[in-house]
Design a protein around this ligand. Structure first.
Ligand SMILES: Nc1ncnc2c1ncn2[C@@H]1O[C@H](COP(=O)(O)OP(=O)(O)OP(=O)(O)O)[C@@H](O)[C@H]1O
Length: 326
């Protein structure tokens, strides 16, 4: 059974609170299609990265998983339950770290976690959860109103972990975290997946996503334009790689420049620095050797998730939208 399953989900908002609407009573309300016929699924135990530029429809989708927003059409199933009709059952088994979680100023950190444990009817030790997210006992005893952004974020993560949920929904989890906090968060995500939880992870911090996610989905204008492992996406976008070759002898630079997939060739002493697509790398090495020089050594930098993300979300879609890869 899939942990998350969306089928043909659409969400249109009526944007009827515009500045001039009260002055123009006869005008039709505008509608915004936040999510447009969206279908995808996330397997149990998977860490799924949900990406997309601002306004792509990520938060709206997350809100539909949790029944904070109702779809205009289509069906949403979470942990085998209908997300609308059985939202209580979904929330009981789901830990949520909402974007920009606001603490209750007067409650201490520990009281927040105790509250989360009670609402899940769980029996976790609050101190254990707090220490897991790196909040020291003296910090846990302070009122959360005085917490820094990163401390609030750690607290929200401890609350999401209460009751060992089957599904963790993390919306921008590393926002405000220092590098140590970001690493701890990654370790927690992996540990949760190892115990069998599914993690649905939305973030603009692509290095973080690359480090923890088994698979990613990229949203654009309310639609999922790509869904695959990072390796799979890398293969498909022809994103630029850099090839650095240490050469003995004179390479035929013009022959390398003329190759398909090569966009730049520069020299740095005995080193050739070639900008090319992933699949052109072997052709470049061959062309250097055929030209009479010897390849002493070489190294490559593959396209980062950031390069891949930009290739999908800027300009024309690199993949035919009707052919979203599974
Ligand atoms: N309550 C609402 N009323 C009207 N329009 C809305 C509402 N919520 C979202 N939208 C619109 O739906 C679209 C998708 O918004 P959404 O918040 O889901 O994007 P997002 O991918 O989460 O963006 P971000 O990365 O900025 O958080 C945007 O055009 C947004 O303005």
């Amino acid at each position: 059974m899939a942990a998350i399953e969306l089928n043909g989900v659409t969400k249109r908002f009526e944007d009827d609170e515009g500045l001039f609407d009260s002055l123009l009573p006869s005008s039709e309300p505008d509608t915004v299609t936040a999510v447009d016929d969206l279908s995808f699924s996330v397997a149990e135990g998977e860490v799924f990265g949900f990406l997309g530029p601002n306004g792509a429809g990520k938060s709206t989708t997350i809100n539909m998983l949790l029944d904070f927003v109702r779809p205009t059409g289509g069906s949403v199933r979470v942990l085998g339950h209908d997300a609308q009709a059985e939202s209580v059952a979904v929330r009981r088994r789901t830990g949520v770290l909402p974007e920009g979680y606001e603490v209750y100023d007067r409650l201490t950190g520990r009281e927040h976690v105790e509250f989360a444990i009670e609402s899940k009817e769980a029996d976790d030790d609050p101190d254990e959860l707090l220490s897991r997210v790196g909040l020291a006992p003296d910090e846990a005893d302070r009122r959360a109103g005085g917490y820094s952004k990163g401390m609030s974020q750690r607290l929200a993560l401890a609350m999401a972990l209460a009751g060992s949920p089957d599904l963790l929904v993390l919306d921008e989890p590393s926002s405000g975290l220092d590098p140590a906090g970001a690493r701890e968060m990654r370790d927690i995500v992996r540990a949760e997946a190892d115990r069998g939880a599914t993690v649905f992870f939305s973030s603009h911090v692509l290095a973080q996503v690359e480090a923890v996610c088994d698979r990613v989905g990229i949203m654009r204008d309310g639609r999922l334009i790509a869904e695959d492992t990072i390796e799979g996406l890398r293969d498909r976008v022809d994103a630029e790689a850099t090839l650095r070759i240490d050469v003995d002898g004179d390479a035929d630079l013009d022959a390398v420049r003329a190759l398909d997939g090569v966009s730049s060739v520069e020299t740095d002493g005995d080193r050739l620095v070639v900008g090319c697509t992933d699949d052109a790398k072997t052709r470049v090495i061959e062309a250097v050797e055929v030209g009479g020089a010897t390849v002493a050594d070489f190294e490559t930098d593959s396209a980062s998730l950031e390069d891949i993300f930009l290739a999908y979300t800027e300009g024309d879609d690199p993949a035919d939208e009707s052919e979203v890869a599974a």
